[in-house]
Structures are given as C-alpha cells and as structure tokens.
Design a protein around this ligand. Structure first.
Ligand code: FES
Length: 111
C-alpha cells in the first residue's frame, strides 16, 4: 500500500447527524484534498467513511490520525479548514476539537 501521512474518518451515520450531513462531507473531501495536493505523494491523506464512531451526537464527527483529533459539528466550511490548516499545514483547528486521543506509554522497566 502506498504511504500516507494522515488518515481521516468521516461518520456518515444517522445518529450523530440525523440528516446524515456526513455523507455530503465525505463526498466533498476528495475535492478539497485534490485542490490542496493531498491525494497523492508524500503528504497523501487516506480517507474512509464509517457508519458510527461511537459518539452519536453533535455530528458529523470527523477524526484525524495519527494525531487522534476528533472534530464535532463539522460543516463544509470547517472541513475545508481541517484540510487546509490541519492536514496541509499541520495546525489543529483547536476551537473545533471535541476529543483527543491520549496515548499512554509504558513506563520504562528497571535498568
Ligand atoms: S452515528 Fe456518527 S458517531 Fe454514531
């Protein structure tokens, strides 16, 4: 599989946004990624849709890995900011973050 820098998951389910706005976001995503040069090459963004991310409120929900940043209430305008600011420039859109993955690292063993 070709290397990629980010993985974006878009919830297209009907519980977090009953009108399923996630579907329109997911359809918009490749267009934004293509415009920003993020569909191919070293900064490639892999994308996927999912029927549920286990939040089921305040959607659509969008998650970006490897940072483990969860965005809520994502509109087309916010998705554009996520693509440009987070995926292209590496700056998380802080005001839209609803959760962060907390990675716990094992403590070092005895020397
Ligand atoms: S339906 Fe979107 S998080 Fe559950």
């Amino acid at each position: 599989m070709e290397r990629y820098r980010h993985h974006v998951l878009v919830c297209t389910g009907g519980f977090c946004s009953p009108d399923r706005r996630g579907r329109a976001l997911y359809a918009l995503l490749p267009e934004l990624l293509a415009r920003e040069g993020l569909l191919f090459g070293p900064d490639r963004v892999k994308r996927g849709e999912t029927p549920c991310l286990g939040v089921c409120a305040d959607g659509p929900i969008v998650v970006v890995y490897p940072e483990g940043i969860w965005y809520a209430d994502v509109t087309p305008a916010l998705l554009e900011r996520i693509v440009v600011e987070h995926l292209k420039r590496g700056h998380v859109v802080e005001e839209a973050v609803m959760h962060r993955l907390e990675v716990t690292r094992p403590s070092p063993g005895p020397a």
